[in-house]
Design a protein around this ligand. Sequence first.
Ligand SMILES: [Cu+2]
Length: 507
Amino acid sequence: MKRREFIILSGASAIALATGCSDDQSKTPIDDLGRDMMKADVGEDAQRQQDLNEDLSEDGTGEADIADLGIINLNPLPIPVLLKGEQRGGIVNYDLNVQESTHTFFENIAAPTFGINGDILGPTLLLENGKQISINYKNQLAETITMHGHGMHTPALMDGTPHQPIMPGQTWSAEYTVNQRASTCWYHPHTMDETAKQVYKGLAGLIIVEDDESKALDLPKRYGVDDIPLVLQDRRFKDGKLDYSPSRMEIMRGYIGDTLIANGAIDSQFDAEAKEIRFRILNGSNSTVYKLAFSDGRSFKQIATDASFLEQPVELSELTLSPAERAEIVVDFTNDMGEELSLMDLTQNKSFCRIKVSTPALVQTSLPQNLTSLTKLNEADALRTRQFVLAGPMMRLQINGASMDINVINESVKLNEIEIWEIRNNMRVDHNFHIHATHFMLLDRNNQPVPENEKGYKDCVYVPANQSVRFIVKMVDYADPNVPYMYHCHFLEHEDAGMMGQFVVIA
Ligand SMILES: [Cu+2]
């Protein structure tokens, strides 16, 4: 195929870009970079491509060398705007509009979506440990939502569970002091029975928590340049529009999409500097467990789990993430100028997005050998073991034989007491287990040692069919006998079907 044909074909088949998340409040040069990447338009790009085609032509054929065209990107990976918040009265405010919109997944087809300050997904919130914040969600939808800060250590009233509904037209604020380690968390709806559908339509966004430690480490931290947010999801489409229509069997198995998207875009490309690149990866899917790897099989270092850094980087070539789990990884592209590869899900053998190493590094980083030191609770100090059995009669999706009932508190947990929670999946389908309020650390998997890359703080743990996990946990700082937190399977179809329970933390 001639180069020009290749280019024009690419243009025709390119998917229009996400333009969401435009309502940023605090811009930095880095933010602007991200915005520019997101603003690119396929039509304009095609024209620009033609112009460059001419401009770069050196041999009089009107064709540029592919190498010269490396700077051109028909469908760049969208980078959500970084929202640093706005100081008002000593509180850092993040103003979020939850709204109906349309998003162009496929050229010339406007698919109805939900978005936050944009047409799909939401901005990345940058939070600093110790700061008093208020995340203000304005519900501009025609339906009730709740908005939960997943992984955030907050009082129960600020957790955004089914107990804090936001009616259409209302604004609800999650107001608290950030009180946790550097981590990549996220926000999403937690609406009773409606979470799966609302997330599927586009409601989710990342939260980056920074602390003194994360700022001091020599890690890639140029947002959108070498510190890259990646919300990974899978979707089904019908006539170019999102199709969420799970059958009963698909509620049981989880609603799995056949098209992978990264930050809301299909088959996008990230142009990387030839250096270490940090990816903050969220499995933002409804119910799909991803087995992530790069198409060239290269290894990379995992540096963080859900809620903290790992003490040391862990080298991997495959990374399993179940829904809602996060991992930060660092990939070294220093000697890879010109390389093209894909981030794959090996289960479906499909690509989330392409990576092209196309730019010399402006700033180098060198991954430290020691990242942090974690506080480990001693198993011998645990006062009790709580058991949670994921199963139900007639294949019902229940925990300990009960379906979620908003009027029932299933567990009372005492503040500052160390406990072991044992999760058993007695079903033939996979689940995972997420707790609100705080993080935990794994003790073992099926009575076997914890894999090195799961030794950081976590708030969600994968529990495959017929397997078990034990973790150690202590509720700290916030007690409220009247307002519960949730624990649940984070496969959203399972959660909505009742695989969820409630606990209060009492002083
Ligand atoms: Cu489940």
